[in-house]
Write a protein that binds this ligand. Structure first.
Ligand SMILES: [Fe+2]
Length: 227
């Protein structure tokens, strides 16, 4: 895949084995990833437990309300689908058509640059391919019970972003990435208030963006890891 992933657990299974289904798809949509350069980083510190941040990242029930730029100009919320796997969660959406797009990407199906694709890997890593074949990775670093460092690294064919790449890096930093900050912080405050109780998850069979089944997948993965 072109990235070097380090796990300090000597008993850890090889990532290539765990992510056997994800890697070919990532290579399909970013075939030159092995030659990409680190081009930019966006980071912030959430005042929230890492599991709150992971749930927020993986459910898109909130996207249409919170992430207007993403859902009107990058992905199609009606076609956005998520599905849990034993080791992670896959998100996929067709790119917005030209007249709707929020940055100047080329969504060419023959060049495989026409999708928004995310593979989140339990517990603290994700790789996203934005329309246009623009790649970022997420790392979440738990700092304490209620603080998590979030790092987004952008990987591009050249170390200096071109105009389109700079556009989406800036747009992501100032919209989607920034918009989740107050949400996870407020969820954490709610949990710490003592007023939180368990409740049903909204799930639909179509695995649409209106469904909270990714939360079920995450909680199953967490339960299995803790068993
Ligand atoms: Fe979000």
């Amino acid at each position: 895949m072109g990235l070097i992933l380090v796990n300090l657990d000597p008993q850890a299974r090889p990532f290539a084995e765990i992510a056997a289904a994800a890697i070919p798809e990532i290579q399909d949509y970013a075939p030159n990833l092995g030659n990409y350069h680190h081009a930019a980083r966006t980071e912030r510190q959430a005042k929230a437990n890492w599991k709150v941040v992971a749930e927020n990242f993986n459910e898109c029930y909130h996207c249409a309300v919170v992430h207007k730029t993403l859902t009107t100009g990058v992905v199609d919320p009606d076609a956005y689908r998520t599905r849990g796997h034993s080791y992670g969660i896959r998100h996929v959406s067709p790119a917005r058509p030209d007249e709707r797009k929020s940055y100047s990407y080329v969504a060419d199906p023959t060049a495989k640059t026409d999708k928004f694709l995310t593979w989140w890997f339990f517990p603290l890593f994700a790789l996203q391919i934005y329309p246009g074949g623009i790649v970022n990775t997420y790392r979440w670093k738990p700092l304490s019970v209620n603080q998590t460092k979030i790092e987004v690294d952008w990987w591009l064919p050249e170390a200096t972003p071109n105009a389109v790449e700079a556009e989406i890096i800036h747009q992501h930093r100032t919209t989607t990435f920034a918009e989740d900050g107050p949400i996870v912080d407020s969820v954490q405050r709610g949990l710490e208030s003592g007023g939180f109780d368990t409740g049903p998850l909204l799930v639909d069979a179509g695995c649409t963006s209106q469904s909270e089944h990714p939360i079920m997948a995450f909680l199953s993965q967490y339960r299995d890891a803790m068993a």
